[in-house]
Design a protein around this ligand. Structure first.
Ligand SMILES: [Zn+2]
Length: 210
């Protein structure tokens, strides 16, 4: 469901379109296992949280920004679905206890609103890192160097491993892009490292197979 929802989120302009989005998804997923409570939960999650914060219109300035924009959109859709499932679960549990279903749903939506703020922060950090990569590519060309912070324990093994290697911004490495490997990733792109190895990517695998 994440793919069609991502498509709808791309075109949805306002919170008013939440009902239309849910209607479109209902048509597409005529699945009995998805209960009426799920659609109600999704309506709330979309109208009160996700569509209240439309994606930042930063403009796509290069290949890294384009990749991150697609990633962020997919993450939005995944959040909307997971949050709807959690809200539905809270309502189902309230119903089985004999408590107010609406109240339980509202409380669950409030919790999701706080989670979504963390998602927004992460999406913003990814967009910012991608913009910096595209600016480096504008100066140095598509081949760039990967740099990780050295000398402290916060750098993850995969980021340390990528340090000193190179990558093509147009053929993103399997581990992602510098600055977006994980939440709090502090890696950055620079001019390519002379003699640096290429990080594994779809492109390097194709070249090896040829
Ligand atoms: Zn990193």
């Amino acid at each position: 469901m994440a793919l069609p929802l991502a498509g709808l989120l791309l075109t949805a302009a306002s919170a008013a379109s939440a009902a239309a989005m849910v209607a479109a998804l209902k048509l597409r997923f005529k699945l009995g296992i998805l209960s009426a409570l799920f659609w109600l939960a999704m309506l709330w999650v979309l109208s009160r949280i996700v569509l209240q914060h439309p994606p930042a219109v930063t403009g796509v300035i290069g290949p890294a920004s384009a990749q991150v924009q697609r990633l962020n959109l997919a993450r939005r859709a995944q959040f909307a679905i997971a949050a709807s499932e959690r809200v539905m679960k809270a309502m189902t549990e309230a119903r089985s206890r004999g408590d107010s279903v609406t109240e339980a749903g509202q409380e669950a939506v409030e919790r999701e609103r706080r989670y979504f703020q963390q998602h927004l922060d992460a999406m913003w950090a990814r967009a910012k890192a991608a913009g910096q990569i595209d600016m480096e590519a504008a100066v140095h060309g598509p081949l760039l160097g990967w740099n990780a912070v050295k000398g402290d324990r916060r750098t993850t093994p995969e980021c340390r491993w990528a340090d000193g290697k190179n990558f093509y911004v147009t053929d993103p490495p399997d581990i992602g892009l510098p600055g977006v490997v994980h939440v709090g990733c502090r890696c950055w792109a620079s001019a390519p490292h002379p003699g640096g190895k290429l990080l594994p990517s779809a492109g390097t695998r194709r070249a090896r197979a040829a």
